[in-house]
Structures are given as structure tokens and as C-alpha cells.
Ligand binder design. Structure first.
Ligand code: IDP
Ligand code: MG
Length: 149
């Protein structure tokens, strides 16, 4: 099964959106393999966003991500990476489709509530940054026989 890394950013945590967002992924049928609330240290923010280090928005992005607790999750299921990205919506919430998380809960590209890995390779890399070996669980869930063909 595919796994993806999803993180509710500090604005989402402060705005009380953790339960709503977890609910959406659960209702979709994805399985939670790991979750924790954490204030990220600088090294892990830099690792997470290494492709953006030279971008003009990076200093602001780093300050934003470290401004308070994030809620980190590993979600598992068929096509989990692409499915989660679609549920999260476009990077700029002003353009994100209604029904997506960013489309429903945000307005500003610099405060877009949530992160999701953009490919299976990024997912493996990002899960490795934030969840040490052994922290992600493997278990069966009672809905699996009716969820999948
Ligand atoms: P993504 O989160 O949809 O994958 P990326 O282009 O990878 O989008 O950008 C990573 C994060 O950097 C965004 O989610 C957003 O928080 C921030 N970001 C991207 N572009 C801008 C910008 O133009 N201004 C401010 N923040 C930005
Ligand atoms: Mg990205």
C-alpha cells in the first residue's frame, strides 16, 4: 500500500482544524499509520523544504512553519499520495477548488493550512525525515475488505 506524509501547519493547528482535517482523511478510507503534534526544529524544516531553500519566500516559510505546533501524519491507502494532494488542493488557496481543504479553509498562499507530499519519492523522503524507524504502525483495519475490490 502507498503511504504519504501530510502535515497540518501551525495556522491549521491554531485555528482548530486538526479534527476536521483528520476526519476527512478517515472518511475517505485512508488508514492512519502515524501521527504526532510537534514544534519542528529548524533542521527538519530545511530538510522538508530543501527544494525551496533559494526561493524568496523561504525565510518567511521557515518562520511560519516554526511559529507553533504542527500536526504530522502518515496516511496509507491505494494511491494515497495523489489522493491526499487532490484533497488538499492547489498551493494558492484562492485558486484551490471548493471542497478541497485549502479551498474550504484558507485564503492566502503564505497561510495554506496543510502540506502533502507531491510524489511517492517525496513521501518516502519526508516520512523518513519526520518519523524514525519503528514509529509508523502496520495493522489491519476492519473496513479493508469492503473498502477495496
Ligand atoms: P505545495 O505545498 O502545494 O507543494 P510548494 O510550491 O511546494 O507548494 O510550496 C511549499 C510551500 O511554500 C507552500 O505550501 C506555501 O506554504 C509556501 N509557498 C509557496 N509559494 C509561496 C509564495 O509565493 N509565497 C509564500 N509562501 C509560498
Ligand atoms: Mg511542495
Amino acid at each position: 500500500m502507498d503511504r504519504t506524509f501530510v502535515m497540518i501547519k501551525p495556522d491549521g493547528v491554531q485555528r482548530g482544524l486538526v479534527g476536521e482535517i483528520v476526519s476527512r482523511f478517515e472518511a475517505k478510507g485512508l488508514k492512519l499509520a502515524g501521527a504526532k503534534i510537534e514544534i519542528l526544529p529548524e533542521e527538519r524544516v530545511i530538510e522538508q523544504y530543501r527544494e525551496h531553500l533559494e526561493k524568496p519566500f523561504f525565510p518567511g516559510l521557515k518562520t511560519y512553519i516554526m511559529s507553533g505546533p504542527c500536526f504530522l501524519m502518515a496516511w496509507e491507502g491505494k494511491g494515497a499520495v495523489a489522493v491526499a494532494r487532490r484533497m488538499i488542493g492547489a498551493t494558492n488557496p484562492a485558486e484551490a477548488a471548493p471542497g478541497s481543504i485549502r479551498g474550504d479553509f484558507a485564503l492566502d498562499i503564505g497561510r495554506n493550512v496543510i502540506h502533502g507530499s507531491d510524489s511517492p519519492e517525496s513521501a518516502a523522503r519526508e516520512l523518513g525525515i519526520h518519523f524514525p524507524p519503528g514509529e509508523l504502525l502496520e495493522y489491519s483495519k476492519i473496513d479493508e475488505p469492503v473498502l477495496y475490490e
